[in-house]
Ligand binder design. Structure first.
Ligand code: NAD
Length: 470
């Protein structure tokens, strides 16, 4: 389907989705043998064309090929290798004890595939966020319709060409397009919708899903805070924060969005983060040439980000620029930027930044940082740099976020053993590893009781004095 130019016209979409349902009903996707073969095929696709995919991402927004290989291709391969040998265990019946009232009886749970899944992916990790949900959906035995982002067209086009060539084209389709095509797709019947992107479109997806009571996974964003209390090695903290913020030019959903730190170390920490950024991506002035630094995805995103920078004519945004603070529109380049003396109501604090700008805010102590975080929507991640066990416990107990990292931004994204997902405004549902298998499965309760002797007669009416003592 994806090879044809009109895969995104509504009539063709309808036929594509109908074909996937027919395939699912035929039972093709159920045998574990078939699922493993599809995972093998995806692995082959990535081994044969990983570099081409990384080059396509580079064409889309200048992301370094090495970064895509490390942060996208490798992670999908890791997921395949993690899931494949565990499939039979996850898919097996799990016996469960029955309450004595029903004895003799047996029961178990069994994970069944949901059916036809729609995966809507964004542009910022366009390979990873398209294929990793697919791996989990395949493992659970589903058919998948993938809709990559129109903002990363080279990657979208290549995925549309490769997926049906490597995977079973009866069970998988790639539909390309933007808002209009996604809107048309959302009118089709699906058994699950897996959406990654911003909250505005997340609401559109959930509204469309509600019409058919289709379950959804929403992998959204948010402002992920970092708290630093100065008890850790500040240079290491600065390097890790700089990496987490500026990798992919800040266009990472779980990137540290802003830093909260105590006044005694705020300036020092900001200077060290700036130094770490210069070391990783070159001196700001020459960074447009840096081959380790991505560009901003579109002119619209570039203009939005530049408007968040302090402007000399707007006193309310009078933050201090420690490094960066400038860009080059022709290249859609924005220098890694660190800001201090940022007020809590500055423009940069009003929305998820999703770009290479890092405000550092001063806060009295850990308890005030917790209060600051809890006064805002629940973030996708929260990071704490502190050696104090009491501070770590405080954040674990008193804050809510998709994930929590001590001294480690982005770490949970790289592990197949941890569920990846948001909470509240940052999303619902999770995936990666077993969590992903379960997200794309229905765990069915199965019971069985012999008809002889009919011990269930114990609970049948008419009720007696004895019934009350059961
Ligand atoms: P995007 O613009 O690529 O949109 C995501 C998807 O929604 C695309 O496939 C797009 O075609 C589709 N879409 C866009 N407008 C639509 C509309 N009106 N109706 C239906 N579909 C539409 O991506 P984005 O939203 O710019 O992504 C950035 C956001 O995603 C950030 O908030 C980021 O934090 C979040 N994000 C979250 C994760 C996660 O795993 N939780 C990962 C990456 C990005």
């Amino acid at each position: 389907m994806s090879d044809s130019d009109d895969s995104n016209n509504p009539a063709e979409m309808q036929r594509t989705v109908a074909r996937l349902h027919e395939t699912f009903r035929s039972g093709l996707t159920r045998p574990l043998r078939w699922r493993r073969a599809q995972l093998d095929a995806m692995e082959r696709m990535l081994r044969d064309h990983g570099v081409r995919l990384a080059e396509a991402v580079h064409e889309d927004f200048g992301k370094p090929v090495a970064e895509t290989m490390l942060m996208e291709i490798k992670l999908v391969l890791d997921e395949i290798q993690f899931v494949r040998p565990r499939l039979s265990r996850w898919a097996a019946r799990r016996p469960q004890p029955m309450p004595w009232l029903l004895w003799p009886a047996r029961s178990w749970t069994v994970a069944e595939p949901k059916g036809v899944v729609l995966v809507i992916s964004p542009w910022n990790y366009p390979v990873l966020l398209s294929l990793e949900p697919m791996v989990d959906a395949i493992a659970a035995g589903n058919c998948v319709c993938l809709k990559p982002s129109e903002l990363s067209p080279a990657t979208s086009r290549l995925l549309a060409r490769l997926v049906p060539r490597y995977l079973d084209a009866r069970a998988f389709a790639v539909v390309e397009g933007g808002a209009a095509e996604t809107g048309a797709l959302l009118e089709q019947p699906f058994d699950h919708i897996f959406y990654t992107g911003g909250g505005r479109v997340g609401r559109i997806v959930m509204e469309a899903a509600a019409k058919r009571l289709t379950p959804v996974t929403l992998e959204l964003g948010g402002k992920s805070p970092v708290f630093v209390d100065g008890t850790d090695d500040l240079d290491v903290a600065a390097r890790r924060i700089a990496w987490g913020r500026f990798v992919n030019a800040g266009q990472t959903c779980v990137a540290p969005d802003y830093v909260l730190t105590t006044p005694d170390i705020a300036d020092d920490l900001a200077r060290r983060i700036a130094r770490a950024a210069r070391f990783m991506f070159g001196d700001s002035a020459s960074a447009p040439q840096s081959s380790s630094y991505a560009r901003i995805i579109s002119d619209r995103h570039y203009d939005r980000l530049m408007a968040l920078l302090p402007h000399p004519d707007v006193p309310s945004s009078a933050a201090h620029v420690v490094c960066g603070g400038f860009g080059d529109r022709a290249q859609r380049y924005i220098a890694p930027t660190v800001l201090t003396h940022v007020s809590a109501d500055a423009p940069v604090m009003r929305e998820e930044i999703f770009g290479p700008i890092l405000p550092v805010l001063e806060i009295a102590d850990a308890a005030s940082a917790v209060a600051f975080i809890n006064a805002r929507p629940k973030p996708l991640a929260c990071y704490v740099f502190s050696r104090r066990a009491a501070t770590r416990r405080l954040f674990e107990r008193e804050t809510s976020s998709g994930a929590l990292g001590f001294d480690l931004p982005l770490g949970h994204l790289l592990s197949n053993r941890l569920p990846f997902g948001g909470v509240g405004a940052s999303g619902m549902g999770s995936y990666h590893g077993h969590a992903g298998f379960l997200e794309f499965s229905h765990v069915k309760a199965v019971t069985a009781k012999p008809t002889f002797p009919d011990t269930l007669s114990l609970v049948y009416p008419p009720y007696t004095r004895r019934t009350r003592t059961l």
